[in-house]
Design a protein around this ligand. Structure first.
Ligand code: LFR
Length: 490
């Protein structure tokens, strides 16, 4: 059998990785080629991402791959959502992308009335959120007018990398939906939104189609790699969430998913966006998934909290603690279960996550004891599970369907304490899939370039054959009271 060597670049907020998928016509075997931490860089009052560093990492990993396999057949790029760069008329990047953790977006969103926010939801299907590109772009317009005036094109992070690889400017649809400037119903840029914010619609490029070739690797890059054949760069669902959901090995129609990384995306896959008051009130959003599917989801804080706590604890103990170790510290606390609203603004980017959580617990009368890592870690793990259970409950309500299975994908799917607790709080069967789901989703859509007739179901079948699943079930779920307690937190 001929094996196709398919390369996935998966950039997350906390690390970027290159994964090689070997596809033998039935299943995919993955190999992690390289991984490096991703960090925002703080320059004066702003946080930026370093695109050249990411690109350089990819080129180095590509060279490394070519030492392992004889040829690379295709490439696909996935990254986190919402962030972007502006290009001038001569196709020069005007500045490195600002990170959504800047306060600019929030300031711009806060100026809108409730009515305006609701209208934006009904127009786009996307929930107003301070991190959406729309608000950052509006902030740039007001705070960095010299950049905004020169802007001719807008590329999202994966589009930037695709452009660096091929010289072709294109906007990939799943990533584009995280801007809140695309109508997820019409799949077109909303002129209404552009007009309201005085954003020229010409900033956007042709919208890509999943499975198509964006372009071949640039001649200069081929030369650098010392190869004499073309490598196509494929338009994959380049929003990491959309890719991870594409790789869910579900063969049933109704299922819920949790894509767990720095963020937790808790949702369900639909054919059409649902834009009702209930969806809005449940703080759910309709993003675009693979092949124009809708991923209706809640964008919740995820492993970010525990990652920050781990960093602080690693520093204090001067060691690299394992995740098991971090989870175990929670067992040293044996009082009442502490809960925090993980989506409270104060946990978005505090200087000391541990302290912030502890202060919340004191202020909400959940503890009178002095600070301990045990109570803080316990609070995060328990609260994540409650948030998941609460959102699954809301999803079932707004789409009026019941899920039997909840598929857990992404790096965070390896956290068996959270998986176990989620089974307990939700009463559902939790199926932990692969920590490489984003890359698997990226790779299977590239396979469609070689096997045009593949349906999404066929692709999921390939994934199913390629990974081992881990199931968590808790038959003696007590009651919903913990989730209710969570729902009432401020
Ligand atoms: C997950 C993710 C989320 C997005 C957040 C910020 O990695 O892509 O979907 O809302 O990052 O971009």
């Amino acid at each position: 059998k001929t094996v196709k060597n398919i390369l996935s670049l998966d950039c997350g907020n906390s690390s970027y990785r290159v994964v090689l998928g070997r596809y033998d016509g039935e299943k995919i075997t993955t190999e992690l080629i390289a991984q490096e931490p991703n960090n925002m860089i703080e320059i004066k009052e702003y946080y930026y991402w370093d695109m050249h560093k990411i690109f350089n990492f990819f080129m180095t990993s590509l060279k490394k791959t070519l030492k392992i396999v004889e040829r690379v057949d295709s490439i696909g790029v996935c990254t986190w959502g919402v962030d972007f760069a502006l290009y001038d008329k001569d196709a020069n990047m005007l500045s490195n992308p600002l990170s959504y953790r800047n306060t600019m977006g929030k300031k711009s969103l806060d100026k809108l009335s409730k009515g305006e926010k609701d209208d934006l939801f009904y127009e786009t299907g996307i929930l107003c959120d301070k991190i959406n590109s729309l608000y950052m772009l509006n902030g740039i317009k007001e705070n960095m007018p010299h950049i905004f005036e020169k802007a001719d094109k807008l590329l999202m992070i994966p589009d930037i990398l695709n452009y660096m690889l091929t010289g072709v400017m294109l906007n990939e649809p799943s990533e584009l939906s995280t801007t809140q400037m695309l109508s997820t119903q019409s799949k077109k840029i909303s002129q209404k939104v552009c007009d309201k914010f005085h954003i020229p619609a010409k900033l956007f490029n042709r919208i890509g189609v999943h499975g198509e070739v964006i372009g071949n690797l640039l001649p200069s890059l081929k030369k650098e790699l010392a190869i004499d054949y073309d490598i196509p760069v494929i338009c994959v669902p380049s929003h990491d969430t959309a890719a991870a959901v594409a790789a869910i090995p579900a063969l049933e129609d109704n299922f819920a998913f949790i894509s767990s990384g720095t963020w937790s995306l808790i949702g369900a896959e639909l054919d059409e966006p649902v834009m009702t008051k209930e969806v809005l009130e449940s703080q759910l959003t309709n993003e675009l998934g693979a092949f124009n599917k809708i991923t209706m989801l809640k964008n919740s804080a995820g492993m970010f909290l525990i990652q920050n706590i781990k960093k602080e604890y690693d520093d204090i103990t001067n060691t690299h603690n394992s995740w098991e170790n971090i989870n175990q510290i929670a067992n040293s606390y044996d009082g009442d279960i502490p809960l925090i609203n993980i989506n409270n603004q104060r946990f978005f980017n505090p200087p000391h996550m541990g302290k912030e959580i502890y202060n919340y617990l004191v202020e909400t009368n959940q503890t009178v004891e002095s600070f301990s890592w045990g109570i803080v870690i316990k609070a995060v793990l328990e609260s994540m599970a409650c948030c998941y259970a609460q959102t699954i409950r809301n999803l079932e309500h707004v789409i009026d369907k019941q899920f039997k299975n909840v598929y857990m994908v992404g790096g965070g799917s390896q956290n068996d304490v959270v998986n176990g607790l989620t089974a307990k709080r939700s009463g559902k069967k939790i199926i932990a899939c692969s920590k490489e789901s984003t890359s698997l989703g990226n790779i299977i859509v590239q396979i469609k370039h070689f096997e045009e007739n593949l349906s999404l179901k066929n692709m999921r079948d390939i994934v199913k054959k390629s990974i081992t699943l881990e199931t968590y079930q808790d038959d003696d779920m007590e009651d919903d009271s913990m989730v209710d307690r969570y729902s009432n937190l401020v």
